[in-house]
Design a protein around this ligand. Structure first.
Ligand SMILES: C[S@@+](CC[C@H](N)C(=O)[O-])C[C@H]1O[C@@H](n2cnc3c(N)ncnc32)[C@H](O)[C@@H]1O
Length: 348
């Protein structure tokens, strides 16, 4: 399955992406990881060829990671050229999902607004389809000086995950990410609900009684960044490899793969690190490309595609075929046109 230093024979689609002059560090029948500067790789790729860019770039951190981080003052200047290439390679139905953490101003218990400035700037290039908040309950109480020593701030446990799109109608389907109903909703479905107006003015009709197979998730994603990297960490320890210091959880990637892409769609992570994105794509049957500058992370990431890892455990499970997603303009057949929106009031 895994080919080191080259392209798998089944990766015929790779030829059409003009990446051939650069050799991949490893590949599978579904994707390839390149140890190369992603700006150069993106520039090689044809326009309108990618369904989803899912990534977490280096943040503008005060306490720098070992791979280096651009300071707040230079962040936008550094990051925008990548974003413009991302926009070019995305299909009109494509999405750009960006996980980005906040930062503190050095020496003071106050926050930088660089990630909001970035969002404002990106919203002029892309459409802001929706903002998500990734709440990581396992986050450490840092910066210690403000949180645990002087006790004047609380722990920063939320990352912004900006969902940008190239057009107003990216491909998406929330029926692919339904969550189990709460006990109270199960009770409501079983025992019925009396249609009435809520204090907010929203009219709740008896349609709420229909079982749709699960509840629609909110834009607050609670994911502890612990277990999903377990197999990778165990294997790193066994082989004496230093794990990547800033991995995101595969559950976060899986959420957006299921929500925004179909099987065989092409997903690119231009700051791939330990290649969580590639691994999640393998499991979910998406084609993938990972670009990572540092060879030590690329070498470590191979673990995910070798023996004893998460990929092999999950890949053995049969995959359920999902219906193809639409670009959001086409109504799913099951949804009838609403006659009136009079009963719905907006906040404020
Ligand atoms: C926050 S980490 C991504 C971690 C990844 N999401 C994971 O879960 O393992 C950002 C990565 O971007 C890489 N990087 C920085 N500049 C790059 C560039 N120009 N091209 C490719 N990778 C780059 C860094 O080496 C680092 O590994």
């Amino acid at each position: 399955m895994l080919i080191k230093n080259g392209s798998h024979k089944d990766l015929t689609w790779l030829r059409q992406l003009n990446l051939k002059p650069v050799s991949s560090a490893y590949s599978t029948p579904s994707g390839a990881m390149f140890c190369h500067d992603s700006i150069e790789m993106l520039r090689r790729m044809p326009s309108d060829s990618v369904d989803l860019v899912m990534t977490s770039p280096p943040f503008a951190l005060t306490r720098k990671k070992e791979y280096g981080n651009e300071p707040v003052e230079r962040y936008l200047e550094w990051f925008m050229p990548f974003c413009l290439e991302i926009k070019r390679v995305l299909k009109s139905t494509g999405s750009f999902v960006l996980d980005i953490g906040g930062a503190w101003i050095p020496g003071a218990p106050v926050r930088s607004i660089y990630h909001f400035e970035l969002a404002v700037k990106l919203a002029k290039e892309f459409y802001l389809a929706q903002e998500f908040y990734w709440y990581n309950p396992a986050r450490l109480p840092t910066p210690a000086e403000w949180v645990t020593v002087r006790r004047v701030r609380v722990k920063d446990a939320v990352n912004m995950v900006w969902w940008f799109s190239k057009t107003e109608w990216p491909k998406a389907d929330n029926r692919a990410i339904l969550q189990p109903y709460s006990e109270s909703m199960k009770d409501l479905l079983k025992n019925g609900y009396k249609a009435k107006k809520r204090p907010s003015g929203h009219a709740i009709s008896t349609k709420f009684q229909k079982n749709n197979g699960g509840s629609i998730p909110p834009n607050l994603l609670q994911i502890a960044n612990t277990d999903s990297n377990g197999a990778y960490l165990r294997e790193c320890k066994k082989r004496g490899i230093k794990p990547h210091p800033a991995r995101f959880p595969s559950t976060l990637v899986k959420f957006f793969l299921d929500f925004l892409t179909d099987e065989d769609d092409l997903v690119v992570d231009p700051f791939a690190g330990s290649n969580v994105t590639g691994e999640a794509c393998e499991i979910q049957n998406r084609r993938w490309l990972g670009f990572e500058l540092e060879s030590r992370y690329v070498e470590g990431s191979i673990i995910r595609f070798e023996s004893g890892n998460l990929f092999q455990q999950d890949a053995s499970k049969p995959r359920k075929k999902q219906p193809k997603k639409t670009d959001g303009r086409t109504r799913p057949k099951s949804v009838k046109k609403r006659k009136s929106t009079k009963s719905v009031t907006k906040n404020g």
